[in-house]
Design a protein around this ligand. Structure first.
Ligand code: FAD
Ligand code: S2G
Ligand code: ZN
Length: 480
């Protein structure tokens, strides 16, 4: 697919893997940390979650310490060997797999939770720790994660930092630029940058850790993270509403923010088409049906009676004034989990329907759904489906279009149309998933030429030989 989609891409002038290189890696790592295509099936590492991009790496290295990452990068930098850092490989923009034969540096073995301090809320974790595992440990310490996403069973905190993952709680806890107190990153030349501060406040010089948050493995490999984690809410309530117009969706958001205030933790939108997909493909049941829109509201607080009372009176108000046509509140955690599944498993349902053209965009909240209507008019009966869902409270729309299989006629009707539309709204062509390989030709649609120029200068400064995740983020990147 990469060949079809990116015909102009050619392999950079990197070294090819030799026995000498292999012997070096085997001299610093133990056998189970060096996977070669001769003895191991590397397809799981070479193909992304959406099965839409495929690399041809012949070697996966699995370091266990920051120092081992340093030794690997120092050698690769000196030998001009390209590297693709990989976490849980749940990324959706083709950033986590090689484009050609880059060596894959997998953080999977670096999965320790080093420390958790309930009082400060700060957890120090190795980058390869899977989000769900970290959440379990945090809950034991009366803490919770400041982010949550449907990929939590596989994605790693290092990958979340590298993509500045958003997710379903950003409305309440902000993004990782605020939650990450510090991190350790290994630079392309093997130098270890220790920014692993646990201070909530530290105004001494440039805040360098911020450069690695959202850099998608192109400026350094994150090996440890100091994360500020909020107290675990003792009361989580979930409401699910059926709504008959987008104006009423916005009114529901407005009233929810007004009446729930500080306990509001999520406000997610599902349209009729994405609901139809998730219920039919995955045989899930919704307690509310046959509406053009659905909103899932979650509150996270410390007093169940108080919170339930607040959510109940919101539901009554919304029903009374006809803002919503139907609604339900989860009576227990099982019902809450089932309601969340309707939202969090849409990606999975779409993937089982066919080929997915995925657009994760930021747009002004009032225009949140306009793009879906415009796109439907543009595409007519060409696709199986054109649907919209996502993080309404953040203005982050997930526009997804499906077809039986990859179809260039359909793709050329979608792109660059969709990006031109987002650019005119001064939105973002990638709200939370990053740029990776698949969006690299569009970064300049919503980033100024000066911004992209200085991003390239930074990349050159941190990684002069361009060995870290080449071909990603930049159009016609440094070595095309
Ligand atoms: P990978 O996919 O392995 O890598 C992602 C990028 O980070 C790559 O460029 C890789 O090179 C780099 N990288 C990985 N680890 C490191 C490291 N330690 N140091 C430096 N670079 C590194 N994303 C959201 O933002 N919000 C959502 O709500 C959301 N929901 C999702 C739901 C599903 C079902 C799926 C499949 C994905 C979803 N995603 C979402 C996308 C994805 O889960 C996130 O981008 C996640 O942060 C990727 O983490 P990962 O560990 O899988 O990283
Ligand atoms: C979500 C996951 C992937 C997608 O569900 O919030 O970020 O676009 C997305 O379906
Ligand atoms: Zn999302």
């Amino acid at each position: 697919f990469t060949a079809v989609r990116y015909p102009y891409l050619k392999r950079g002038s990197y070294s090819f893997l030799s026995d000498r290189h292999l012997r070096f890696f085997q001299s610093i790592l133990s056998p189970h940390q060096v996977l070669t295509d001769e003895f191991n099936d590397l397809s799981g590492y070479n193909v992304d979650w959406m099965c839409s991009v495929r690399g041809s790496s012949r070697l996966v290295l699995r370091p266990k310490t920051t120092e081992e990452v340093g030794a690997i990068l120092q050698y690769c930098n000196a030998q001009n060997i390209a590297i693709c850092p990989q976490g849980g490989n749940t990324g959706l923009v083709g950033g986590s797999v090689p484009v050609f034969d880059e060596v894959i540096l997998s953080l999977g073995l670096m999965d320790a939770v080093i420390s958790v301090d309930e009082l400060s809320g700060i957890a120090i974790v190795q980058a390869g720790c899977v989000l769900e595992k970290l959440e379990t440990v945090l809950h034991l310490n009366n803490l919770t994660l400041p982010l949550d996403l449907g990929a939590k069973g596989s994605c790693q905190i290092g990958g979340n930092v590298a993509t500045n993952a958003g997710g379903i709680r950003l409305l309440r806890y902000g993004n990782l630029h605020g939650s990450v107190m510090g991190l350790t990153a290994v630079l392309a030349n093997g130098q270890i940058m220790d920014c692993l501060s646990t201070n909530k406040k530290d105004n001494t010089g440039y805040d360098l850790k911020q450069l690695f948050i959202g850099s998608e493995g192109t400026l350094g490999v994150v090996t440890q993270v100091a994360l500020h984690c909020p107290s675990k809410p003792t009361s989580v309530q979930v409401g699910f509403f059926g709504i008959n117009s987008f104006d009423n969706v916005l009114e529901t958001l407005r009233l929810s923010k007004q009446s729930l205030g500080e306990i509001l933790s999520s406000c997610e939108l599902i349209d009729q088409s994405s609901m139809e997909c998730v219920t039919s493909q995955l045989k899930l049941k919704s307690p509310v049906n046959d509406f053009p829109f659905y909103i899932l509201i979650e509150t996270s607080g410390s007093n169940a009676d108080h919170d339930a009372e607040k959510l109940n009176s919101l539901l009554e108000t919304l029903l009374k004034n006809g803002t919503i046509m139907d609604g339900t509140l989860a009576a227990d955690s099982t019902q809450a989990t089932n309601l969340w599944a309707l939202r969090e498993r849409i990606a999975e349902a779409l993937a089982s329907e066919g080929y997915v053209y995925k657009y994760d965009v930021s747009v002004p909240i009032r225009q949140f759904y306009q793009l879906v209507d415009v796109m439907r008019a543009e595409l007519g009966s060409l696709p199986i489906r054109c649907c919209g869902y996502g993080h309404l409270g953040d203005g982050n729309l997930h526009l997804n279009i499906t077809s039986q299989e990859y179809n260039t006629v359909l793709l050329n009707k979608i792109e660059p149309f969709v990006y031109n539309w987002v650019s005119r709204q001064r939105g973002s062509v990638s709200a939370e998933h990053g740029v990776g390989l698949k969006k690299r030709d569009y970064i300049e649609y919503t980033k100024s030429p000066t911004s992209v120029y200085w991003m390239r200068r930074m990349k050159k400064l941190f990684d002069p030989n361009n060995i870290l995740n080449p071909y990603k983020i930049f159009p016609g990147s440094l070595n095309d």
